[in-house]
Ligand binder design. Structure first.
Ligand code: ADP
Ligand code: MG
Length: 258
């Protein structure tokens, strides 16, 4: 049994605005093991991005406890890599310089690491290209390589393939599983695509909205490589869909004021 890397307990988050307060997360309890691939799925507005930002240390205004490797998360740091939906590359820098970020490629260690990452994200031959010359999938692979440069313990991904077409998306899922298996790192991946959530994960966390809370956690015990057309995959798909239908029923009852 691997060790717990991330321990979230009694996590509550309320946003205050001029329209009043919104409880974005309610009593989240979640332990994530080292090397685990966790996907988080739920309808829009159920607190997925808020949860990820809190884990990343990008938002520290919360109640409860979030610990990474026994240390309370108090801000961002190199142990946590973050990938947004859009790649956020520097347009004036080449692929290799985007990956190196603020480190110099003249340093032999950095050069070696950047070359390894370019290989890992399958961008060999594009080292000197600029972001405008890349497809959406390639640009997102540059962003992933950049996030991996400092060997984070955990990679946090907020709907990273949401803007990509279905074929590119399927390819990116393959690339990400390959990276996860080679680097043996912990992944927390937010999506609203059920197939994607099941395809990648060891466990799928299903969130429900108002307030954002955990509806269920579904273990995915399928061996890799996986096939979406497989019967056991489809069974899990029904299980997750069923949870969503229950959320919708609750929402309908809620909005009708019963
Ligand atoms: P998701 O990523 O699941 O779509 P979010 O985490 O972005 O959801 O948002 C959860 C809830 O918190 C929503 O009701 C949203 O309107 C609210 N919220 C998010 N960010 C802010 C903010 N900066 N100020 C006020 N409310 C916010
Ligand atoms: Mg979001």
């Amino acid at each position: 049994m691997s060790e717990v890397l991330l321990e979230i307990s009694h996590l509550n988050k309320t946003f205050q605005s001029n329209k009043g307060s919104v409880q974005a997360l309610h009593n989240i309890q979640l332990n994530i093991k080292e090397g685990e691939f966790l996907t988080v799925i739920g309808p829009s507005g159920c607190g997925k991005s808020t949860l990820l930002k809190i884990i990343a240390g990008l938002d520290t205004q919360y109640n409860g406890s979030v610990k990474l490797g026994n240390l309370q998360v108090v801000g961002p740091g190199i142990e946590k890599g973050f990938i947004f939906q859009e790649p956020r590359l520097f347009p004036w820098l080449t692929v290799e310089k985007n990956i190196a970020a603020d480190l110099s490629l003249k340093n032999a260690d950095t050069r070696k690491k950047v070359d390894e990452l370019i290989e890992l994200v399958r961008l060999k031959g594009f080292e000197k290209s600029y972001p405008r010359e890349l497809s959406g999938g390639m640009a997102q692979r540059v962003a992933i390589a950049r996030a991996l440069l400092r060997n984070p313990k955990v990679l946090l991904l907020d709907e990273p393939f949401g803007a990509l077409d279905a074929f590119t998306r399927a390819h990116m899922q393959e690339v990400l599983i390959d990276i996860w298996q080679k680097n043996k790192m912990t992944m927390i991946f937010v999506t609203h695509d059920i197939d994607e959530a099941i395809y990648l994960a060891n466990r799928v966390v299903i969130l429900k909205p108002r307030p954002g809370s955990i509806r269920n956690i579904v273990p995915i015990d399928l061996p890799f490589p996986r096939k979406k057309s497989n019967v056991s995959f489809q069974e899990l798909r029904f299980k997750v869909l069923n949870e969503f239908e229950k959320i919708e029923e609750l929402e309908l009852i809620d909005s009708s004021g019963i």
